[in-house]
Design a protein around this ligand. Structure first.
Ligand SMILES: Cc1ncc(COP(=O)(O)O)c(C=O)c1O
Length: 461
């Protein structure tokens, strides 16, 4: 056995050592990919919207932990509250967790309508797994309807209802009795619901985050609710990315005053400090599934509802409510979107700017270059399609010290999803940086050539 690292030593590793450990023990291909995109910085400090690398360079985090950092990095108020439970038993499953119960109580106060009974796990995908099981157990029916381009997680159940073939195809067979409809298409949903009386639930995101920040038409959610009621099917709303203030209301469902039967949450629920995922449902739905003593342990998790995670949930909910982060997201989002719309009007590179609150997507126009395609046997188009968002994100990162990323199901879109505590000055800085990139790369062709030489070299090798 080689000598083991202490945490203190791990904190002092050089960038090369960090990469070598990741390469040898976690995911060599991910290291390769980040290197190609020049994304391989070694960040060692973070505070609110700011992150610092080992050379002391400051970056603005507009990725926001894919929506996990609504409260910013290392929010001190949450850490202090978690520290208050530090001498309580953190894991003692054969007992009734007092802090867990209080966290679930808080969640019931802020979620819509009659949602009142929660299950806590440790991630978004676990919240979705729990929701699938609950829907089947509660209704005694089997089918789950999901949307094309959705993202609900990568464990087997969630993956089975994640509408992107790339993530699914290597892992077949997936969960049976899952069927897809188009997002924002009430007719196809109605047809599907009409076609079978074996449907347990419809699951959807109020705004498709990883699908490329797709905002459905006004009234869509409410009509999905009505269709679900009409056909006696449960409605599961995945607010894992949209929830807890992100879109300008506490939950995106609040825009249309919709109460789902099951709501999934995760990401910012733990305040960016503790990993927590949860579903919350009504007493009626829960009782039908698990309302007998014999069923009390049918769905459990060893770490779910642990004391520190629960304290983080209590503190986060209070912080979001006390500081009216939803309203902050609403106002800052309107400002940010209006500034970005000006860029959309002015630059051909930008196809569309869309979003709600501080969940914003920037979609780019695809380049057309017959010459480059001839020289590269079509690789130019293929790469620029798959990595266009990454190229812009790379330029923002390398030239302007701004962290962003493309959306998982649509690599042509970069997401702008900063902590809700972001300042107007920070928003201005990002808008001006984007302007600078668009000015200096008046078309995608230039951007690709200027920024992707590494990428091309990497792929042609
Ligand atoms: C809407 C939605 N659902 C589920 C998930 C999965 O969450 P996790 O990565 O914590 O499993 C994500 C993650 O991005 C998400 O955006």
């Amino acid at each position: 056995m080689n000598k083991l690292y202490s945490v203190e030593q791990a904190l002092k590793l050089s960038k090369d050592q960090v990469q070598s450990n990741y390469k040898n023990h976690i995911n060599p291909e991910f290291v390769k990919m980040l290197k190609l995109l020049n994304f391989d910085k070694n960040y060692i400090k973070a505070d609110d919207v700011e992150v610092f690398d080992q050379d002391g360079n400051k970056y603005l985090d507009f990725l926001g932990g894919y929506g996990s950092l609504n409260l910013g990095h290392n929010r001190k108020e949450i850490i202090d509250e978690v520290n208050k439970v530090i001498d309580r038993p953190n894991l003692l499953q054969a007992s009734i967790g007092g802090i867990y119960g209080a966290a679930a109580y808080n969640l019931a106060q802020i979620t819509p309508g009659n949602l009142s009974i929660s299950f806590f796990g440790n991630s978004g995908t676990e919240a979705v797994e729990g929701a699938i099981k609950l829907a089947r157990a509660s209704t005694g029916k089997e089918k789950i309807i999901y949307c094309k381009d959705s993202f609900h997680g990568k464990s087997y159940g969630s993956l089975s209802i994640t509408g992107r073939e790339k993530y699914q195809k290597r892992f077949n067979p997936l969960l049976p009795k899952t069927e897809q409809v188009n997002f924002n298409d009430l007719d196809s949903l109605k047809e599907k619901l009409k076609s079978s009386d074996n449907i347990a639930a419809v699951i959807l995101e109020p705004i498709q985050g990883e699908g490329g920040v797709i905002v459905p038409s006004e009234g869509y959610l409410l009509n999905v609710r009505k269709l679900c009621d009409h056909y006696s099917v449960l409605m599961i709303l995945d607010e894992i990315q949209t929830g807890l203030g992100r879109t300008g209301k506490l939950f995106a469902a609040n825009y249309e005053e919709v109460t789902p039967d099951i709501m999934c949450l995760a990401k910012s629920l733990g305040g960016g400090i503790e990993p927590v995922g949860a579903y919350i449902t009504s007493k009626k739905v829960w009782n039908k599934a698990y309302g007998r003593m014999d069923d009390a342990l049918l769905h459990t998790s060893t770490f779910g509802g642990n004391t520190r995670a629960s304290a983080a949930v209590i503190a986060s909910i209070n912080y979001i409510v006390d500081n009216d982060l939803s309203n902050q997201a609403f106002k800052k989002g309107e400002y940010f979107l209006s500034e970005l719309k000006i860029l959309e009007e002015k630059y051909d590179l930008v196809k569309e700017v869309r979003g709600k609150g501080l969940l914003i997507g920037l979609e780019f126009n695809q380049p057309e270059s017959k010459i480059m395609d001839r020289l590269s046997s079509g690789m130019f188009s293929k790469l620029s399609y798959q990595y266009l968002g990454a190229m812009v994100a790379g330029t923002l990162n390398n030239n302007h010290n701004i962290i962003t990323a493309y959306t998982l199901n649509n690599p042509n879109v970069i997401r702008l999803e900063p902590p809700l505590t972001v300042s107007y000055e920070q928003i201005d800085y990002v808008v001006n940086s984007l302007k600078d990139i668009f000015e200096n790369n008046s078309n995608i062709f230039n951007l690709t050539i200027n920024n992707a030489s590494n990428l091309f070299k990497g792929f042609f090798k």
